[in-house]
Design a protein around this ligand. Structure first.
Ligand code: G3H
Length: 482
């Protein structure tokens, strides 16, 4: 979708495969194809976004609030008619279970409605004059300019729209490149974008980052880089911008969220939360629990019961009932997880669950590793997949010291009964990360809560409330006359 036109593509295309196989002997399934775009089309999209931003009075950036909201409302109405199609593609493309794919779709719709309401409130609050020393100022929030938006494969809809929608509603224009996996699920929505927004306001392009995103950044015309994904890509793209000082960043990056289990923790609840926290969607969530610290006094019982529960999780295709573990969309992920396991085993860890590490063509059964120590790769690297490292501790200073030392700082889960006596510990933890979850696993939602991180985990804050601020700037007109 470039400059309001759904281009018919006669050039090279790229096939999109699902790692889910329907044949007796394993074979990835061909789902469709996408245009293989290069620099020229990317720059056309950029030009369209710049023109739409610069077009002047009454157009997108200066459009009346009610009119801009009407465009979003039209979009969400059209989007709702595509639920089944999008949900099916989510299952096939990224292997997300039926229930979770439906949740992702519905959560995205709610996010759009909530954003519209928040925007109305922001607009009401900002339409005020203030008088200071005889100068009247009409301060409001205005757009930042042209946004390059890139979303992740684990939430190709919800995470991406958490960038796209606030950027749009604040009056920015956007070039959006869907993730490599979870790319086709955007196709049913292209027409909705085309019909709802003025031309050039949303441009959707396909292709490799190097072919399309790099040339866009090199022009220096991008005002905001909005990306949820890995730091490597974020840094590589920033580096292409000729004047980095001009570039605003809205980034959601890696995390290595730990669970800390204290000796008095309620083990039934803790195990339930740790199972969901570490292995929902096979651990492919930035908010997943990626390291479990358990107090030595309860370590034996926790390990035994947690390992049994992991083995009881059902693996299967996303649409099958009761399935908790599903095929991994990245073909090279099982090999990477295997590398982490081998490294840990060679340094003294053991797989403590019976099925841990069993592989099929598109899956590796979650391996629970214990004892994990600092010299192992799985201790530091963000595994983003089905392997769970367990570390035991006797002194709370041990996990605290590791967290202070970590490159990441998104969230932590703390399990213990006497939460009131934990107040000083909670104060310490909240200064190491941005969200402390008491007796519950880490998560992004509800989406009205601030979603951010310290160190290499995030730049800027997302939430229904914060995202509108992240994609805008306070501007004003000052005058001596009221
Ligand atoms: O991958 C990171 C997502 O923001 C996680 O969101 O906690 O709702 O699964 P979630």
């Amino acid at each position: 979708l470039v400059d309001g036109e759904l281009k018919t593509w006669s050039g090279k295309t790229t096939d999109v495969f699902s790692t889910i196989s329907t044949t007796e002997t394993y074979q990835p399934t061909l789902l469709g194809s996408i245009p293989y775009m290069e620099k020229e089309t990317a720059l056309e999209a950029l030009k369209a976004a710049c023109d739409a931003y610069d077009r002047g009075q009454g157009n997108w950036p200066t459009m009346r609030v009610e009119k801009r909201i009407a465009c979003l409302e039209k979009f969400v109405d059209l989007m709702k008619t595509k639920r089944d199609e999008v949900v099916k593609l989510l299952m096939w493309e990224i292997g997300k279970s039926l229930e979770d794919s439906q949740k992702e779709f519905d959560r995205t719709i709610d996010y759009i409605y909530d954003t519209i309401e928040e925007y109305k409130e922001l607009d009401r609050d900002s339409a005020k004059f203030t008088n200071q020393d005889g100068i009247y100022a009409h301060i409001k929030r205005g757009p930042l300019g042209v946004v390059l938006c890139l979303g992740p494969y684990n939430y190709p809809l919800n995470e991406t729209f958490a960038l796209l929608i606030p950027a749009l509603i604040m009056g920015n224009t956007v070039i959006f490149k869907p993730a490599k996996f979870g790319v086709l699920c955007i196709s049913p929505l292209l027409e909705a974008f085309q019909k709802s927004f003025p031309k050039g306001v949303v441009n959707i392009i396909y292709g490799r980052g190097r072919q399309v995103a790099t040339p866009i950044m090199q022009t220096g015309r991008i005002d905001v880089l909005a990306l949820i994904g890995n730091s490597k890509s974020a840094i590589a793209l920033q580096d292409q911008h000729p004047n980095k000082n001009r570039l605003r960043l809205v980034l959601g990056l890696e995390a290595k969220n730990p669970a800390i289990i204290l000796p008095d923790a309620d083990l039934d609840l803790t195990i339930d939360e740790c199972i969901a926290g570490s292995l929902s969607f096979n651990g492919q969530r930035c908010t997943a629990l990626k390291l479990i610290y358990v107090h030595e006094n309860i370590r034996e019982e926790f390990n035994k019961r947690y390992a049994e529960r992991v083995d009881a999780l059902k693996f299967g295709n996303p649409w099958e009932e009761g399935v908790k573990l599903t095929p991994l969309p990245e073909p090279d992920k099982p090999a990477y997880i295997q590398e982490l396991i081998d490294d840990a085993l060679s340094k003294g860890a053991k797989i403590i669950n019976k099925k841990g590490g069993e592989t099929t063509d598109n899956f590796i059964f979650p391996a629970v590793l214990y004892p994990v120590t600092k010299n192992m790769r799985v201790y530091k690297e963000e595994q983003f997949g089905p392997v769970v490292p367990i570390v035991s501790f006797t002194d709370i200073q041990e996990p605290l010291h590791d967290m202070a030392d970590s490159n990441y700082g998104q969230q932590v889960s703390l399990f213990g009964k006497n939460v009131h006596s934990l107040a000083p510990l909670i104060d310490t933890l909240v200064n190491l990360v941005c969200r402390v979850n008491l007796n519950s696993s880490c998560q992004r939602g509800p989406d009205v809560f601030p979603f951010t991180g310290r160190k290499d985990s995030a730049v800027s804050t997302l939430s229904v409330h914060d995202a509108l601020r992240s994609f805008s700037i306070r501007t004003f007109v000052a005058s001596k006359d009221n």
